[in-house]
Design a protein around this ligand. Structure first.
Ligand SMILES: [Zn+2]
Length: 161
């Protein structure tokens, strides 16, 4: 049995004075500002978690990790992703592949792409080549084009025997 799921997430940039690190796919990416959010605001990992939960029919990250819960303040999103994977494995699911896209003008993802795959693929139980990481811009249009925030989309395929 196979199932597909998609995820989408958006976070606004915090003011540079806030000193928030920019976390993307579990890595601290050098940038002049980080994303605002209750957790570490790792927008790519959040889209990936929503795709996984969607594929398994387990709802969304808002249900699993409510942003009103102080337990998730500043939470490491890779830890939350590992918790999602534990739920999937408990249901007998394994990930076949995943494709994650960052949407924004800056920062550029290319220098970090390989490290991001190496960081997140093991959490998903995947070889790095089965986790695709990519980026696109919106041609300077809209909130991502104006640099107000970043968006991410993810698609995953899962299977069980
Ligand atoms: Zn998020």
């Amino acid at each position: 049995m196979i199932r597909v799921g998609q995820g989408f997430d958006v976070h606004r940039f915090a003011e540079p004075e806030a000193g928030r690190p920019l976390m993307l796919m579990g890595l601290r990416v050098p940038h002049d500002r980080g994303l605002a959010g209750h957790s570490d605001a790792d927008v790519m990992v959040h889209a990936l978690m929503d795709a996984l939960l969607g594929a398994a029919g387990l709802g969304d990250i808002g249900q699993h990790f409510p942003d009103t819960d102080p337990a998730y303040r500043g939470a490491d999103s890779v830890g939350l992703l590992a918790a999602v994977m534990a739920d999937l494995r408990a249901g007998g699911w394994r990930v076949v592949n995943a494709d994650v896209a960052l949407i924004g003008e800056r920062p550029k993802l290319a220098p970090h792409r390989e490290a991001m795959r190496d960081r997140i693929a093991p959490v998903l139980g995947l070889a790095p080549q089965d986790l695709n990481v990519k980026a696109t811009t919106t041609e300077r249009l809209g909130f991502t084009g104006r640099g107000e925030g970043l968006a991410a989309q993810a698609v995953v395929l899962i299977e069980r025997g």
